[in-house]
Design a protein around this ligand. Structure first.
Ligand code: AMP
Length: 430
């Protein structure tokens, strides 16, 4: 049997492929990153690219040793002389904050807005929309703890989704407070769960000692049943004055700007570095437990990584999940354009001339040519199949007079055009 791609990975296919639907379409994928780029760069974000593998310690410290990601889902990188000191990144933020510290990006205008997109790796149980290599669009703002930044950051995430044409998206907003608030909350949770240790899953028993808040994030149905049965109070009830004030300001901005959201007191988020504002974007077709994207404030992360205390906030959404949502909503993407012109030779001896004519056009327009000679009928069909506006032929008459027979495939009009006048003759909009 021919080799297959690894489980939990996906091929994103070119237009015209036999198995194409929007959720595996490479041009839909590109459309998502293009829209994100447009929205984020208009807001002043600069593109950044960081390695897809990093020191394991960056992830352990950044994401947190008690998270599922670190405990169960890391892809370790092995190569001669190294034995797993590196991991494939399971999220984008820790690497970007590391790059910010390491490269002195503090000198840049503050707060600094950065965006990127790329592959992310988590060894999860594979399901629809849950892959082991997936892709994220990531936006980060480093250097401010102002609630206005939180609100703008959330607004931008909603704006990307809106520009993509998605309508079934809801924002769930919460706050997970400051570290002291979380301490208080963890104390409360220990008290609530301690008498029921036996009913907790093995993982959650472990979480009870390490980080009880993680229990709320559990994927186990029995844990979730117990949480409901015990009517566990949400984190939001435990916010201290500062965090509560900050949360109020974020909400006031969003309300003033007409951004729809629902306060979700139970929001926890799977990563340890979050502080205060945390949110998720949900879509009906992705399933209740899985989000289109999520974000949060991470004021403690830079210091955790050994840098100076630097506030930050950011979000990421999963490109594959966006594609599922686009497909489910039946959204039509702009068709990918074909070449402006397809040039074919009628005889083998003119193939080089056809190529030369196409190559000379390429500094200005998209031009393709046939590698083998073709009969006129076949050449026109080939031009159409590629979505060309024009198809041109070169035979003995054309070669003798330095011309091409150029046909507009839409109108059917055909003209003899001198080679040096070809670029001027072609009009992309016609
Ligand atoms: P997280 O960092 O876990 O908040 O993830 C941010 C976003 O990445 C999620 O909301 C999903 O859209 C996407 N995502 C996370 N894990 C996966 C996965 N295993 N497969 C596909 N997308 C994912």
């Amino acid at each position: 049997m021919a080799l297959q791609r690894p489980k939990g990975t996906q091929d994103h296919l070119p237009g015209g492929s036999p198995k194409l639907s929007l959720d595996v379409s490479a041009s839909a994928f590109r459309h998502v990153t293009d829209i994100a780029q447009r929205v984020l760069e208009r807001a002043g974000a600069a593109f950044i690219a960081t390695p897809i593998f990093e020191e394991a310690e960056l992830v352990t410290r950044g994401v947190g040793g008690s998270t599922d990601i670190v405990r169960k889902e890391m892809f370790r990188v092995y190569y001669a002389g190294d034995h797993g000191g590196f991991v494939l990144r399971p999220e984008g933020t820790a690497g970007i904050v590391r790059a910010y510290i390491q490269n002195g990006l503090k000198q840049m205008p503050s707060p600094l807005k950065l965006w990127t997109h790329g592959p992310i790796f988590r060894a999860e149980n594979v399901q629809k929309g849950r892959l082991r290599q997936f892709h994220q669009v990531d936006y980060e703002v480093i250097g401010s703890s102002d609630a206005l930044v939180d609100a703008e950051t959330i607004w931008l995430m909603v704006e990307v989704v809106r520009e993509l044409g998605l309508s079934g998206v809801g924002v769930k907003l919460g706050s997970i407070g400051d570290p002291a608030d979380r301490e208080t909350y963890n104390g409360y949770l220990r008290g609530v769960f301690a008498p029921h240790v036996e009913q907790l899953s093995d993982d959650s028993r472990d979480r009870l000692t390490r980080n009880p808040m993680r229990i709320l994030d559990s994927k186990s149905a029995t844990d979730q049943g117990l949480i409901a049965e015990l009517a566990v109070r949400p984190m939001l009830d435990f916010l201290g004055e500062d965090a509560a004030g900050h949360f109020g300001q974020v909400r006031a901005y969003l309300d003033a700007w007409g951004v729809a959201y629902e306060v979700d007191p139970s929001i926890v988020r799977g990563l340890d570095y979050y502080r205060r504002t945390a949110w998720e974007l949900h879509h009906a077709n992705i399933g209740a437990k899985s989000a289109l994207g999520g974000g949060g404030r991470y004021d403690g992360l830079a210091a955790e990584l050994g840098g100076p205390q630097t506030p930050g906030i950011g979000w990421a959404f999963g490109i594959e999940r966006i594609l599922i949502a686009l497909e489910a909503e039946g959204i039509e993407l702009p068709p990918s354009p074909g070449p402006l012109i397809y040039i074919a030779a009628l005889d083998a001896e003119y193939v080089g001339l056809a190529a030369k004519a196409a190559l000379s056009l390429r500094s200005q327009v998209r031009a393709e040519f046939g590698y083998k000679p073709q009969k006129p009928g076949n050449a026109f069909r080939e031009g159409e199949r590629r979505g060309a506006v024009y198809t041109a032929l070169i035979g003995s008459d054309e070669a003798a007079t330095d011309t091409l027979a150029v046909k507009h495939l839409g109108t059917g009009e055909q003209e003899s055009v001198r080679l040096e006048e070809l670029a001027g003759f072609l009009t992309p909009d016609s």
